[in-house]
Design a protein around this ligand. Structure first.
Ligand SMILES: [Zn+2]
Length: 716
């Protein structure tokens, strides 16, 4: 389950927010040696037999089977019971739990327990604790208080996981593994201890080869930081001045690497010990951003995310101290997470390992979801490419930090208000079956999410309010407001399937990435970026050429000036295809000097009145658009939608605000998901006769959606 520290990411995510040709995915061609996902559908629940009297297990398993669940995830926080003393393992209880579940045809995903080491371990090896960004050691007593580099913690984590793997490799009912739980999701996501410092130094040695190379790439001559031994290199703890930006960016990369390599130790062992089981881990996608999830899931079988929209709403309230948090923003952020999850493995369907089923929180908690919302959130995940869903959690604990994190059974073991809805949803998803749940998600557009840009801009935002995640969320919301399919991709992904690639705040730009953009536009794609394009190299040095660095010919402009705005907002006048009312500029303006590009927007006031704000360049067979002005959500949406239409991007349906449309497809078949995120009745013109697969009802031109309703339509 998600820690309350999720609020940390919200500090960076308060942006205001306001079918298609088919491509066939790359994921089908990858991972061919990995074990296949279980033939059965993964529609289950997260269960804690370790926290439940054994006398209840039989009844629990029977009730789960009656609900329709096919699997549980268990044991991810049960280290103390499985290894009560170092090297003394006790899996008898867990084997009995698995047997009881299997008897009722409930399969088991086992969690390795490294997220919460037991007290004997922390007492005997106090050096395993994480040191936070202020240089203070964390203390045992919660969870996730460990260092990802520490060899003792790694050895003991691998030891318990190995003992589990050998104990359960051949136990009937076990189908897969979740390694650890929500790596780095804590109030202190990065470690700054001496072990991490040594690990960082070794990683740098491997990356740069020599100190001369490192010193040159970081520019350590500044402030007399030239290193003459690798052992002199610090971690970015508080000093009398900010750290070298190259060092700081590399430290973010190192911490991501350390967590990935920690996971991969367990993964390598599980591949050998349990070759028939799938292996994944659970995490939360952007705006949580401390691990490059594409690296984390690279060698896992599928991505698995945790999804708590109602909890998210509560955190937004707590953070903003506001009473009018926008559900549009929440729904859009959740959709972004789902599209990101699908993109982690190149379009491969993903799993929701924890789906909110009731009130959720630790110290404080969110209300019971409205009737229909749990089903709606489940279908939203499926609509964006999920192939399985586990609800969190079966029963509600009466003890421990998550007493308030409500499950499907209340504290008194009565059914929660969402029980009937969950039972219905599981039945409906089974009826849709594997063909729908494992189908693809067609997209004509892509949004680039680049961890380097995100991390580098946190180190030096340029303007205190400039946040990568805000721009990503705002652009995503602007594009998806037209309900066109969009993939969230890595900078190095294959862009050939897309008509348009949107890449806001592409601040760090490698030479290879510059070449990819050049080639994409040359071959006929439309590339849309904005201010701060190509400012930095991969080592966080500023390029020595006029901006946008290596892309000035592709974009057809040079940046005459770049301006953070604190007061005196200039305005932009749109022209040509973007004609519309003038717009006020937000927190940033790049002033553009066209060298062949058409001007689509001009600053009308301030020192740069009359100079270009937005341009479009023809390069090769394609177009490159530079949006120099920071636009508000309404204007950004209008501009991005106009550009997408210019590039020939199709829009499946016009729907009322608060209704979401997505399409999944397999071969010649396609399924349209209509989701009403509002409590009001909504009417949608579906253009052609369709059948709702959930009800069997035929619909002609229009379809009514009651509060929080879901439809899965097939033409005909
Ligand atoms: Zn550490």
């Amino acid at each position: 389950m998600v820690s309350v520290s999720r609020r940390a990411f919200l500090n960076r995510s308060m942006a205001a927010l306001g079918a298609a040709a088919f491509r066939y995915p790359v994921w089908a061609q990858t991972n061919t040696s990995a074990p296949s996902v279980s033939a059965r559908l993964l529609l289950g629940v997260d269960y804690y037999p370790d926290q439940t009297s054994e006398a209840r297990w039989e009844e629990d398993a029977q009730m789960m089977a009656e609900t329709g669940f096919t699997n549980v995830r268990i044991a991810e926080f049960a280290w103390a019971l499985m290894e009560p003393a170092e090297g003394k393992f006790d899996f008898a209880w867990l084997r009995r739990a698995v047997q009881t579940l299997h008897k009722h045809d409930i399969s088991v995903i086992l969690g390795t327990p490294s997220a919460a080491p037991p007290p004997w371990l922390a007492a005997r090896y106090p050096e395993i604790v994480e040191v936070n960004a202020q240089g203070e050691p964390l203390h045992p007593g919660g969870r996730r208080f460990t260092c990802p580099t520490n060899q003792t913690y790694r050895r003991l984590s691998l030891s318990i996981a190995t003992a589990m793997a050998h104990a359960f490799a051949e136990v009937p009912g076990v189908i897969g593994w979740q390694i650890d739980n929500e790596l780095t999701l804590s109030p202190s996501p990065r470690c700054y201890c001496n072990f991490c410092q040594a690990g960082f130094q070794a990683w740098l040695h491997s990356k740069y080869g020599s100190l001369d190379n490192l010193n040159r790439n970081w520019g350590t001559v500044f402030w007399s930081q030239t290193y003459t031994e690798f052992t002199q290199i610090p971690v970015p703890l508080p000093s009398g001045g900010d750290p070298n930006p190259g060092l700081a960016l590399d430290y973010d990369r190192y911490q991501s690497y350390a967590n990935v390599s920690f996971l991969e130790e367990q993964l390598g062992m599980l591949r050998k010990a349990c070759p028939r089981h799938f292996v994944t881990t659970n995490n939360v996608g952007p705006p949580v951003d401390y691990i490059d999830l594409r690296d984390l899931y690279k060698n896992l079988d599928f991505a698995a995310l945790d999804n708590y929209p109602g909890f998210f709403e509560m955190l937004l309230h707590e953070q903003a101290k506001a009473t009018d948090v926008s559900w549009d923003f929440i729904n859009t952020t959740v959709a972004l997470e789902h599209d990101f999850a699908r993109g982690i493995k190149g379009g491969k369907p993903f799993m929701i390992m924890e789906e909110q089923s009731g009130k959720a929180g630790q110290r404080t908690f969110s209300p019971q979801p409205e009737k229909g919302q749990v089903r709606l959130w489940t279908f939203q995940a499926v609509a964006h490419g999920a192939m399985g869903v586990n609800y969190f959690r079966w029963d509600t604990a009466t003890f421990g930090t998550e007493e308030y994190w409500h499950g499907i059974l209340n504290h008194d073991r009565s059914w929660s208000p969402a029980y009937d809805e969950i039972k219905q949803t599981v039945k409906e998803l089974k009826a849709l079956g594997s063909e729908v749940l494992h189908s693809q998600y067609p997209a004509e557009t892509a949004l680039v999410f680049d961890y380097d840009c995100d991390w580098a801009l946190q180190i030096q935002p340029g303007h205190y309010a400039l946040r990568y995640m805000d721009q990503i969320t705002s652009w995503y919301g602007s594009i998806t407001a037209s309900h066109t399919g969009i993939d969230v991709v890595a900078p190095g992904a294959d862009w050939t399937p897309y008509k348009v690639v949107f890449a806001p705040l592409a601040y760090v730009l490698s030479e290879a990435q510059g070449e990819r953009i050049r080639s994409f536009v040359q071959k006929g794609g439309m590339f849309v970026s904005n201010f701060r394009l190509g400012v930095k190299t991969e080592t966080s040095q500023i390029v020595r050429t006029p901006l946008p660095g290596p892309l000035h010919d592709v974009m057809g402009v040079t940046v005459a000036d770049y301006v953070p705005i604190y007061s005196g907002r200039p305005a932009v006048r749109f022209s040509s295809v973007l004609s519309g009312p003038d717009a006020e500029v937000g927190i940033w303006m790049d002033v553009l000097q066209p060298s062949g590009a058409e001007v689509l927007g001009t600053y009308t006031s301030g020192a740069h009145a009359g100079q270009a704000a937005i341009t479009m360049n023809s390069f090769g067979k394609g177009k490159a658009v530079y949006i120099g002005a920071d636009l508000n959500a309404e204007n950004l949406a209008r501009v991005l939608r106009t550009l997408a239409a210019q590039a020939g991007v199709t829009q499946p349906l016009e729907v009322p605000s608060g209704v979401e449309v997505t399409v999944r497809a397999a071969g010649n078949k396609q399924w349209m998901f209509l989701l009403n995120h509002t409590p009001a009745l909504q009417t949608v013109n579906i253009r052609r006769p369709s059948t709702d697969l959930l009800t069997g009802e035929a619909h002609n031109e229009t379809i009514d959606l009651s509060a929080y309703a879901v439809r899965v339509l097939q033409a005909g």
